[in-house]
Design a protein around this ligand. Structure first.
Ligand SMILES: [Zn+2]
Length: 415
């Protein structure tokens, strides 16, 4: 069986029954948030969840239908479903106990190591953030001591994508780590997720250099750099999304989440909108960045709206994949999440395998996608039998964050 899951969002691991119990404990106190959730859900799906009815119901069915992502959906719809977790759990220190149940589930499934991504909420002050780090550290210590090295839980911290926040949150994290070196053995990475389409990863060049310099200066506190890129491209040109995946690899990030755009089947997929509106200056900027990498990108421009030809995009995918192969950056591929959110699961995996790009099968949000790592592997392996458990485990072992960041050697373990 697969032993490592390197791409999991801590709160996305919560199963419907756990959230249901939590709703019955805290739902009434969270009325304002739950009303907000119901409104955002209605905007995305044109159907409003009657959450107050759930409080007096004994059946989970209606609740689960609203919570689980079991059919294709766009990013706004996924966010609307995830808002139920935000509304109830606050994605912060208050509901951290709920994550322990998810970790126990992973340990009982026989996994050896899971890296959980913990969001750093922008509403927290420096003091509150320190409380949060302390709680995450205690949670990891507790779980890891319970399983005595048979199962290891580690933490990657998801920073906000905006420049106003991520350097500050990183600074707080590092300050806390320096103050408490004995408590941070299991803190292994930083991550960028959430909505990616407004984020030019290139703007983080100096920040990534700083993280790498910090890792070099103090390897015991090193953090790998993980980014979600090329996962969704609903409001930007697909060519731009591909360029950003390449730029992330060139900036030396340690692992890339998804990169679905590189294998997206533009010919057969109807989810993809055909056009976007971009200013002349932005288009020129994209062109010169493409040119710097020797890429050919073309489009039709009419009334400030661009259309990208399918055959041009297929050729661009091949060009970018060939360059990525040289960079040796590993990708995390999450089959259920990719097929439901990007409509590209198997074609993306096929493109990576065809180009011999190191690809790790991961589960993303197993609670909300109603899956497990083993199910994800069987789903992928069904179409690509060349994907073997042994090779996956070796790859995952070599690409652990603590190895990529220089914290430990590939032959070592944290615990
Ligand atoms: Zn993810």
């Amino acid at each position: 069986m697969l032993l490592y899951d390197h791409h999991v969002h801590a709160f996305g691991c919560i199963h419907p029954e756990d959230l249901w119990n939590y709703l019955h404990k805290t739902g009434r106190e969270r009325k304002g948030y739950m009303d907000w959730y119901a409104q955002t859900y209605e905007q995305a799906f044109l159907e409003k969840p009657d959450w107050e009815k759930w409080l007096s119901s004994k059946s989970l069915d209606d609740f689960s239908r609203f919570y689980l992502c079991e059919a294709p959906l766009n990013f706004a719809q996924f966010q609307a479903k995830f808002n139920l977790i935000i509304a109830l759990c606050d994605l912060g220190p208050k509901s951290i106990d709920l994550l322990e149940i998810a970790m126990d589930r992973h340990a009982l499934q026989g996994l050896k190591q899971v890296e959980y991504r913990f969001p750093l909420p922008v509403r927290l002050s420096q003091e509150d953030m320190y409380v949060y780090f302390e709680l995450v550290s205690q949670l990891l210590q507790r779980v890891n001591e319970r399983y005595r090295g048979q199962f290891i839980a580690t933490a990657a911290f998801t920073l906000p994508r905006e420049m106003a926040w991520y350097p500050l949150h990183y600074q707080w994290l590092k300050l806390w780590m320096e103050k408490h070196p004995k408590k941070v053995l299991f803190f292994t990475a930083i991550d960028f997720s959430y909505f990616e389409e407004n984020d030019e990863i290139l703007e983080k060049k100096r920040f990534f250099s700083r993280v790498k310099e910090d890792n070099f200066q103090n390897p015991d506190l090193a953090l790998a750099i993980l980014v979600h890129v090329g996962e969704t491209f609903e409001s930007i040109p697909a060519g731009l999304s591909m360029l950003r995946v390449l730029e992330a690899a060139k900036l030396g990030v340690d692992r890339i989440g998804h990169g679905s755009v590189l294998g997206f089947n533009f010919k057969h997929n109807l989810l993809r909108p055909q056009t976007q509106v971009l200013s002349h200056d932005i288009l020129q900027g994209i062109h010169s960045r493409m040119k710097a990498h020797g890429l050919t990108w073309d489009y039709e421009l009419k009334d400030q709206t661009i259309t990208e030809e399918q055959s041009m995009l297929a050729e661009l995918q091949e060009q970018v994949l060939r360059l990525i192969k040289k960079m040796k950056t590993p990708f995390e591929h999450c089959p259920s999440s990719s097929s439901r959110l990007s409509g590209s699961s198997q074609s993306t995996l096929g493109a990576f395998l065809r180009h011999n790009i190191d690809t790790l099968i991961c589960s993303d949000d197993p609670g909300i996608f109603s899956t497990t790592l083993q199910k994800e592997f069987y789903f992928a392996n069904h179409q690509f039998p060349e994907l073997t458990i042994d090779v996956q485990n070796q790859l995952a072992h070599a690409h652990r964050s603590e190895v990529m960041s220089g914290k430990i050697q590939v032959a070592s373990r944290l615990f």
